[in-house]
Design a protein around this ligand. Structure first.
Ligand SMILES: Nc1ncnc2c1ncn2[C@@H]1O[C@H](COP(=O)(O)OP(=O)(O)OP(=O)(O)O)[C@@H](O)[C@H]1O
Length: 309
């Protein structure tokens, strides 16, 4: 597979404390990669290494097949966790200044800023001072500055923190759009619903070690347990429950439905198929609901972290 970013065996100590222990992560080109982990797991440390703010003690990072080089900063857009803009400067003035630092000519910077300000509906903010902006407003400006030079790699540390649901959705759509346009995106987040909606790949870091890594759909397949939620109007509930208990491991399902029916979660053995279960249920009543239980990223996160406490 074609990877834009490859980190190999990256480790980082702060004094006696190991912040990252032998972390290897590969990010396919034009994909969205979510870096997950509890507070203090090492996510920001990893992102700072990729941005060459922190140097790893051991290990290597490659961009486009070549070891990271200071000039690569031109190809990377980084939205850091601590949002820093000069409070007394005006929004437009500051955006132009930062765009120039990224190597854009004044005319080009203006054109791109106009485009992005319009796109994010913040045209009216050009002459406001940063100190007049709310946290979410300042973050929108910083998002624009991060993506302005069309970097091939975008790195967002908690891009949604501080945003209301409308703006969080707007930024989510922009991230998807940037991917469509060719960017590769690495971001850290604690918002599991954003991971579900955005990520093609994830890695979970816990206590400086990587515990999970891969394609999100593959990880979900690995964590699912051949369990189905069933809702049915049974002809004879008591007999059916007994029959099911003899064959499968069953529990009470928690899904909501408008029917006053029997709601069960039914775990099949590895070799059994859903068709066999449906076949069995067909003659026992009317099936109103039949869905495989797919673990959420939240479930996978909690299970993995608590098992490795
Ligand atoms: N400059 C530093 N000096 C000493 N310790 C540090 C430094 N930077 C990070 N650490 C430690 O490394 C660990 C990992 O921190 P990091 O910020 O990478 O975690 P994180 O996964 O981003 O956490 P969060 O989800 O809370 O943002 C923490 O225990 C932190 O205290």
């Amino acid at each position: 597979m074609d990877h834009l970013l490859v980190a190999e065996n990256v480790s980082k100590q702060f004094g006696n404390f190991t912040a990252l222990n032998n972390i290897s992560i590969s990010i396919p080109r034009q994909s969205i990669f979510g870096l997950l982990g509890p507070n203090g797991a090492g996510k920001t440390t990893f992102l700072r290494i990729v941005n060459q703010i922190t140097m790893p003690d051991t290990g290597k990072v490659y961009l486009d097949g070549k070891p990271l080089h200071p000039d690569d900063i031109a190809h990377i857009g980084y939205l850091p966790e601590e949002r820093g803009l000069y409070k007394s400067m005006k929004v437009g003035e500051q955006a132009l200044y930062l765009a120039r630092l990224k190597g854009l000519s004044k005319a080009e910077a203006k054109e791109r800023l106009n485009y992005w300000f319009k796109r994010l509906e913040i045209e009216g903010w050009w002459d406001k001072r940063i100190q007049e902006l709310s946290k979410g407003m300042a973050q929108k400006v910083q998002f624009v500055i991060t993506v302005l030079h069309n970097p091939k790699l975008l790195i967002f540390d908690e891009p949604f923190s501080g945003f209301d649901p409308v703006n969080a959705n707007l930024i989510k759509d922009e991230i998807l759009h940037l991917k469509e346009e060719g960017a590769t995106i690495l971001f850290s987040t604690h918002r599991m619903e954003s991971v579900e909606e955005l990520c093609d790949y994830i890695a979970l870091i816990h206590k400086s070690n990587k515990l999970i890594d891969g394609k999100l759909t593959d990880i979900k397949k690995e964590y699912k347990s051949n369990t189905f939620e069933v809702g049915l109007d049974a002809i004879d509930e008591v007999t059916l429950k007994r029959e099911l208990e003899d064959r499968y491991s069953i529990g009470v399902a928690k899904f909501k439905s408008i029917n006053e029916d029997l709601k069960l979660s039914i775990k099949l053995k590895d070799e059994e198929t859903s068709n066999e279960l449906i076949q069995f249920l067909l003659s026992r009543g009317k099936i109103n609901h039949f869905v495989e239980v797919i673990p959420s990223v939240n479930d996978i996160f909690i299970k993995t972290v608590t098992q490795n406490a």
